[in-house]
Design a protein around this ligand. Structure first.
Ligand code: P6P
Length: 336
């Protein structure tokens, strides 16, 4: 390398997006990487708040409850407003949907340039904030639909998951890691605090075809469908081949482990939550897109998550996601 070669020895998320766009979509205008830079900026700010949470008074609950009827933690609010502010400056974002907001935020409904819809869970796993367990941000990106009458905003939003143009998550843990896909593989970056940039560390991440871990909140066993209970009995037998149980209780952390190590994560329906607990639009859909792009699978126990036709903004869904072989194995018990 020549003395004057200033090529950095790493690639940031923006560089990675632009490089791949040049390879796969030469006519791309770079507007998508501009949008994604809004998300990466927001998650860097959130990571800073999460890291300092113990030092300044942002831990704890606000005393309010959100549309999910869940106690709102202060960091939830900070994360939600940070993402909204960073995306608000991206003139190609027309609509934002957040787990924390009752209704969509309509930035530009009729401006054809504002063609992206960003749906996000600003801080998933928030019940773990006060005990310093990994938490995360999950995002899904769609494009507005053609020929939708003015005012019919939900027609733009309620699209099946296979329509996503991108999806990703950021996990705030011992390090801050971002994974994203635009439909051409899953790519992973680690935030380098010394330069404030996400640096590429894994391209085309592949989920192992099978793992050694199943992940579920077994406390609810008696509330699960009989087939799931049968699976939980079988998976502990020698015949199953020696599985371990890991359950962090933070979806992004449980999924991140499953993506890297293989295995299966389940949040089945219960008699208390007959449609499951996790949300379709901004939790199950983005993680299902990533899982499939990495060679894994994601269903609701009956159908492919990405084929589900949403009917409501904060719709919930059962989730069975992970390595192809394990997902198929669970499905045989769940829906014999
Ligand atoms: P349970 C966190 O509140 C969350 O939404 C997900 O991050 C997590 O997977 C799930 O709920 C945990 O739910 O009922 O096991 O506490």
């Amino acid at each position: 390398m020549g003395a004057n070669d200033l090529t950095p020895k790493f690639r940031t998320v923006q560089q990675h997006i632009l490089d791949r766009q040049r390879q796969h979509h030469p006519t791309a205008t770079g507007e998508f990487s501009w949008l994604l830079s809004g998300i990466t900026l927001a998650t860097k700010i959130i990571a800073d708040h999460v890291r300092r949470a113990g030092l300044v008074d942002i831990l704890g609950a606000t005393g309010e409850t959100n549309v999910q009827d869940e106690e709102v933690q202060k960091l939830d609010i900070i994360a939600n407003e940070t993402i909204a502010a960073c995306l608000g400056y991206r003139d190609n974002v027309g609509i934002m949907v957040s787990e924390e907001d009752d209704e969509p935020r309509i930035l530009k409904e009729l401006d054809s340039l504002a063609r992206y819809i960003v749906l996000f869970d600003p801080l998933d796993g928030s019940s773990n904030i006060d005990v310093n367990v990994s938490i995360g941000t999950i995002f899904s990106i769609m494009q507005r639909r053609e020929n939708v009458a003015a005012g019919k905003v939900m027609d733009h939003i309620l699209q099946p998951g296979y329509k996503q143009v991108a999806a990703g998550y950021v996990i705030y843990s011992s390090s801050t890691v971002m994974a994203y896909t635009t439909g051409e593989g899953v790519h992973m970056f680690t935030l380098d605090p010394s330069i404030g940039a996400f640096r590429l560390n894994r391209e085309n991440v592949r989920m192992p075809k099978r793992g050694k871990t199943y992940s579920i909140n077994e406390a609810y066993r008696s509330r699960f469908p009989a087939g799931v209970q049968d699976y939980l009995d079988w998976v502990k037998t020698e015949d199953a081949g020696g599985y371990g149980l890991r359950y962090i209780g933070s979806l992004v952390a449980d999924f991140h482990r499953t993506l890297l190590k293989g295995g299966v994560f389940l949040y089945p329906p219960t008699n208390k939550s007959p449609k499951g607990k996790l949300r379709l639009l901004y939790e199950a859909n983005p993680l299902a897109f990533i899982a499939e792009q990495a060679g894994g699978m994601a269903t609701d126990g009956q159908q492919r998550i990405l084929d589900k036709a949403p009917t409501a903004l904060h719709e919930r869904t059962p989730l069975l996601i992970g390595s192809e072989e394990e997902v198929k194995q669970v499905a045989e018990f769940w829906q014999p």
